[in-house]
Design a protein around this ligand. Structure first.
Ligand SMILES: Nc1ncnc2c1ncn2[C@@H]1O[C@H](COP(=O)(O)OP(=O)(O)OP(=O)(O)O)[C@@H](O)[C@H]1O
Ligand SMILES: [Mg+2]
Length: 250
């Protein structure tokens, strides 16, 4: 089953063409990395998938359902969750307060967000289970700013996962993390079973290969290459355009 399909997505901001006839197809349960140079359009692609921006043309299909015109809060209720490139936690509040606030915000401002009111306590209990599973239970009452950057990223992922999304979008979950902190996030993504399809943007190719089943390389708003690690590592165009090796090998 195809979890997510993008059909010929175009995004233009005034005179700037950011995505051009962009196509993407992700199987249910897949862990897909989106890599590519700065400004390639990766975050824009996530904004199109989550409904934060409407494409100039093209279609977004969520498990076969056309959601191109569906507002983002309704996409969330279908089972689409995301984290942001820039952290959106409250540093002075505790881990638990952040979870409550994050989930409460989803529940109240997005009034049709969840199918039943009872899903709120269920999300809290999911979040607490995830906190324990990832060794953050002891830090429940600590202010978020006292956590390492890696732990903060884990917390953001926990918040997104507690809604039990079918598709999870992670925009650079390891950005700014040390190697040791990255090692906290990688197994979290890897441990998700096939009920969660994950798309994540990643700058570090090695990390992308560790977390992903398949990789899509975005360049100038278009998918330049797609495949498993060997195919991407062996792809000459990727080496030239993405790694900037064109001159050296010319
Ligand atoms: N709302 C917007 N209005 C105008 N231009 C935008 C908007 N959002 C993004 N852009 C432009 O679109 C291009 C792609 O931006 P985007 O953030 O999608 O790139 P990215 O691949 O995520 O880059 P990075 O690796 O730096 O995060 C950039 O040139 C950016 O300045
Ligand atoms: Mg980005």
């Amino acid at each position: 089953m195809i979890a997510l399909k993008l059909d010929d997505i175009d995004v233009r901001f005034g005179g700037l063409q950011v995505l051009t006839m962009c196509r993407l197809s992700v199987e249910e349960g897949e862990k897909r990395a989106i890599i590519g140079p700065n400004g390639a359009g990766k975050t824009t692609l996530f904004n199109v998938i989550s409904g934060m921006i409407r494409p100039t043309s093209g279609r977004v299909l969520f498990f076969g359902k056309d959601i191109t015109k569906t507002p983002s809060h309704l996409r969330a209720s279908l089972g689409l969750a995301r984290t942001f490139q820039i952290t959106n936690l409250f540093g002075s509040l505790s881990v638990t307060e952040n979870l409550l606030l994050g989930l409460q915000a989803l529940k109240t401002t997005k009034y049709v967000f969840f199918k039943t009111m009872s899903s709120f306590p269920e999300m809290i209990s999911n979040a607490l289970t995830l906190l324990a599973a990832w060794g953050l239970e002891d830090k429940k009452d600590y202010p978020v700013r006292s956590l390492s950057h890696g732990e903060q990223r884990q917390l953001e992922i926990i918040l997104a996962l507690s809604t039990k999304p079918k598709i999870l979008l992670l925009d650079e979950p390891t950005q700014g993390l040390s190697t040791a902190e990255t090692a906290l996030v990688v197994p979290m993504v890897r441990s998700l079973d096939s009920s969660t399809t994950v798309l994540f943007i990643e700058h570090d190719m090695d990390v992308a290969f560790q977390m992903a089943d398949r990789i899509s390389v975005l360049c100038y708003g278009n998918v330049l290459a797609e495949g498993r690690e060997e195919e991407i590592r062996g792809n000459r165009r990727v080496a030239e355009v993405y790694l900037g090796l064109g001159d050296r090998h010319a």
